[in-house]
Design a protein around this ligand. Sequence first.
Ligand SMILES: C[S@@+](CC[C@H](N)C(=O)[O-])C[C@H]1O[C@@H](n2cnc3c(N)ncnc32)[C@H](O)[C@@H]1O
Length: 363
Amino acid sequence: MTLRLLAEVSPHDLLVGLAELQNHLLGYVKSMALKCAVDLGIPNAIYRRGGAATLAEIATDTAVHPAKVPDLQRVMELLSTSGIFSATAGEDSGGFGVVVYGLTTASRFLVGWRNLSPMVPFLVSPVVVSSFFSMCDWFRSEPAAAGSLFELAHGCSQRDMAGKDAALNSALNDYVVADSQLFLEVIILDKGRIFRGLSSLIDVGGGHGAATQIIARAFPRIKCTVLDLPHVVGQVTACDGELHFIAGDMFESIPPADAVLLKNILHEWGDEDCVKILQRCKEAIPSRHAGGKVIIIDMVRGSAKGDSKISEMEAIQNMFMMHVNGMERGENEWKKIFSDAGFSADYKIMPILGPLSVIEIYP
Ligand SMILES: C[S@@+](CC[C@H](N)C(=O)[O-])C[C@H]1O[C@@H](n2cnc3c(N)ncnc32)[C@H](O)[C@@H]1O
């Protein structure tokens, strides 16, 4: 087979194919380099130097041992090749030619007041990454016996482990807070009208209330409540002040409110569980005539329209959600769940940033 391939394919195409294979096999090295850069504080070091820094400056600012500077250069080379940093030719203070590293749009998400760097310790944690090692066994096993990839690898669900492991719980909640702080502000700026006129809102699975806090500040007349599992609500501190927190289970009952918010919840569950959650939501809200609605913030696949980076992101996110038996859905998949849960057919999908969308559904 390989010999035939050598005869049939041009040397350039062979090389591109080999590079594609190697890049896939070692794709995790990119994740690790990014994790290392965030752990060392490299994006912030570049940011604090006005957005441009040499290798020597980055090494000094991040306390890298002088003997390891050539190795740091490898990290910077990879992350510049892959679009996390920019690399341009410049001069050092002595007039010698050096590479100057800068922030790109991607790494600007890792610096400043609202940033996504807290996503790294969770998404690139050994406990999450190792779930994917059991994928082959998982595909061949009886669904009820194996559970999710995470359960097969670790013997318990991610939620149960977070309930027992304080470090994982904190990493997960910090991730949620960072994501909420950034995206809720964007959503309120762009689609704030979805919250207007509400007198009460319950954020189901709202974690430490980061999303709700932003809504409560922008719309002080809304009585905002967060419902989450006891181990999550138990970690909430006094500074989370103006919100009400309730420890409970969204599969059992959801306290009444004009609107229920489900942000990044349904993509963690299979269709049957989503229908059950939405049925509990429907019981919690008034009729449509009285303003009742469920606000879902989640991905709606299919917005990529030929953009291979966005298509890849959708496919990676969809596969990532497999580790907890969740999935990212396209409009038709959402539509079926809404209908099975008894909601009206005239839902509204409002794209925020590519596939990231707000969906309003009505009883
Ligand atoms: C991915 S996080 C999403 C957090 C948040 N909504 C956000 O801003 O993205 C999922 C949340 O659902 C909560 N959760 C999971 N099962 C739950 C249940 N049965 N009842 C209530 N909350 C639950 C988890 O504790 C976690 O805080």
